[in-house]
Design a binder for this molecule. Structure first.
Ligand SMILES: Nc1nc2c(ncn2[C@@H]2O[C@@H]3COP(=O)(O)O[C@H]4[C@@H](O)[C@H](n5cnc6c(=O)[nH]c(N)nc65)O[C@@H]4COP(=O)(O)O[C@H]3[C@H]2O)c(=O)[nH]1
Length: 527
């Protein structure tokens, strides 16, 4: 078995490094880009709102002016003064002065202007037909002029004999934010009114019903009513506005980036940890079982096997269980490993154990397994499915494990024995477990730790302990398995001291399943 460490392999480390770098870069870029985008969006939305607001203002002004002009036309129609009499002209003047949007009123006879508000001056009558008709009976003429030379283009509205001139320029004559242009029009008719410095091409586009937005960095907002349109056009967003929004949003973006970075570092460290490797190995099913023969010292025949887990990494390296089992115990992963062991043992040994009922398999349990109420249930389910009798299964618990879980060990081990399993205490002698405590535990077998076996025929201080352990086990009527027997001298000594069973390299190392099966066949062939 090679002694591979539990570090992630180079290519996985590389993969984690690449993924982490990408995640870190995204973690940095994303919040900053998002806050910049939102700064731009908010600036744009603020501009859209501003344009909407001024367009609404224009629409409102125009709507009021048109309502007033209409009211003047209605009021004049109700007059029964003699047309163009002094009273009649005075009436027209009153209407002109009282109606803010109306600049001048004319009394028409057919297409002729007979008199106007200012009786001695006449505006030119419309030389052509109406540009459009409003409310079914009001003819509208675009581009008329009052009697004042060089006056602004007016909108003429005629109903029956009266024609009022409305100064449409007033609609767009409002204070606007820098760079904003306004226009007022009726679809299909020339632009009635627009801001003075509106570029010609923009005017043409607006008149053509086009929306000159975005491509040239402009936004357009339109407010429609009764077939009229008030249009506001402005730069899509201002740099200073974006800067302002960025000042608000960027700190949030930077904070999120910092949090994301810390998370990525933490996560990648966790993914690079031995525990993450262990969990990954469980998911990838990188575990298998080896089996070490336990022999009868009297005749050298096979008595049973100890199931020993192996972690085979994808590159062929094997990790020793005494490296990863403590890690699994420490982080609560051991019950998952034990469940995997139960499953693999049942699948591996079903044929061997059914064909050789005198053999048993010894399975290691950790302290947590002893307190886990599911452990025995899982084991029973696996064994029943494989047709293996509980009597052929030994459960090994370490002395340290029993001491650690205390009273719980008593009841679990008692339950296990009641269910037909044999219970062995593993690594005996290493766990400071007093005789008194040992007496209370429901045990069948003691496994003497390798460290004591190795003292046979040496001057080691601990060499005196071995005979005591053997003697104590005899007095408690426990069977004994000696672990780690490497020499014939050790085997001879143990046998002469009354130890019945042993395992160790003298007899066999832990074997993969197919080699164990050959071993079992050879043993069965021995007479
Ligand atoms: N130097 C020497 N060593 C010998 C000799 N004969 C056997 N060994 C080794 O001694 C260990 C015996 O197992 P353990 O005391 O139960 O000690 C086991 C056991 O505590 C734990 N372990 C192994 N498999 C499992 C398992 O499935 N579940 C749990 N919970 N623990 C396991 O890991 C420990 C180490 O297992 P392994 O590395 O397989 O090491 C095994 C075995 O390979 C020998 O003659 N000389």
């Amino acid at each position: 078995m090679t002694n591979a460490s539990i570090r992630p392999r180079a290519n996985r480390r590389r993969r984690i490094a690449i993924v982490s770098s990408i995640a870190a870069a995204l973690g940095l870029i994303f919040p900053i880009a998002t806050s910049s985008y939102y700064a731009w969006r908010s600036a744009r939305e603020a501009q859209e709102l501003r344009l909407e607001l001024v367009a609404s203002k224009v629409a409102e002004r125009a709507r009021i002016a048109l309502v007033q002009a209409n009211a003047a036309l209605e009021g004049l129609a109700a007059s029964d003064d003699t047309p163009c009499s002094a009273e009649h002209i005075a009436l027209m003047r009153r209407f002109t002065l009282n109606t803010l949007s109306v600049e001048e009123i004319g009394y028409m006879d057919g297409s002729q202007v007979r008199c106007t508000t200012w009786a001695d001056s006449y505006f030119d009558e419309p030389a052509r037909g109406a540009d459009f008709v409003l409310n079914g009976d009001v003819q509208a003429f675009v581009g008329m002029h009052s009697h004042i030379p060089g006056s602004a283009p007016m909108l003429g509205l005629r109903k029956n004999h009266y024609l009022v001139l409305v100064n449409a320029e007033r609609f767009t004559d409002i204070t606007v934010p820098a760079g904003v242009q306004l226009a007022f029009l009726r679809s299909g008719s020339p632009v009635l009114s627009h801001t003075r410095d509106m570029p010609e091409d923009m005017l043409t586009q607006v008149a053509g019903g086009k929306t000159p937005i975005d491509e040239d960095g402009h936004l357009l907002r339109k407010v429609d009513f009764d077939g009229w349109s008030a249009v506001a056009i402005g730069p899509s967003e201002s740099r200073s506005e974006i800067g302002l929004q960025l000042e608000l949003l960027l700190p949030v973006g930077l904070l999120s980036a910092a949090i994301a970075l810390v998370l990525v570092v933490k996560l990648s460290r966790r993914r690079l940890s031995p525990l993450a490797e262990l969990r990954l190995a469980l998911r990838r099913k990188e575990f298998l079982m080896h089996y070490q023969p336990i022999v009868n010292l009297t005749n050298g025949r096979l008595h049973g096997v100890e199931a020993l887990i192996r972690w085979q990494r994808p590159d062929g390296d094997t990790v020793r269980p005494d490296l990863f089992i403590p890690l699994a115990e420490e982080h609560g992963v051991i019950s998952d490993i034990t469940a995997v062991v139960f499953k693999m043992v049942a699948a591996d040994l079903r044929d061997v154990l059914r064909a050789h009922p005198q053999l048993h398999v010894s399975i290691n349990l950790s302290a947590q397994d002893i307190t886990d109420p599911n452990a025995l249930k899982t084991l029973r389910a696996q064994l029943e499915a494989a047709g293996i009798k509980p009597a052929q299964v030994w459960l090994e618990v370490t002395e340290r494990g029993c001491v650690a879980v205390g009273v719980a060990a008593d009841s679990t081990l008692a339950q296990a024995r009641a269910a037909g399993y044999q219970v062995a205490i593993d690594d005996f002698g290493t766990g400071y477990c007093g005789l008194q405590y040992l007496q209370k535990l429901p045990l069948d077998t003691i496994k003497i730790d390798r460290s004591f076996v190795q003292t046979v025929a040496t001057d080691s201080v601990t060499s005196v302990v071995l005979p005591h352990i053997i003697q104590m086990s005899h007095s408690l009527q426990l069977s004994i398995v000696a672990e780690g027997v490497e020499t014939q001298a050790q085997a001879d000594y143990l046998q002469q001291s009354g130890v019945q069973y042993a395992q160790g390299w003298l007899f066999s190392k832990a074997l993969p399943l197919h080699e164990l099966k050959q071993y079992v066949e050879r043993d069965a062939a021995m007479k």
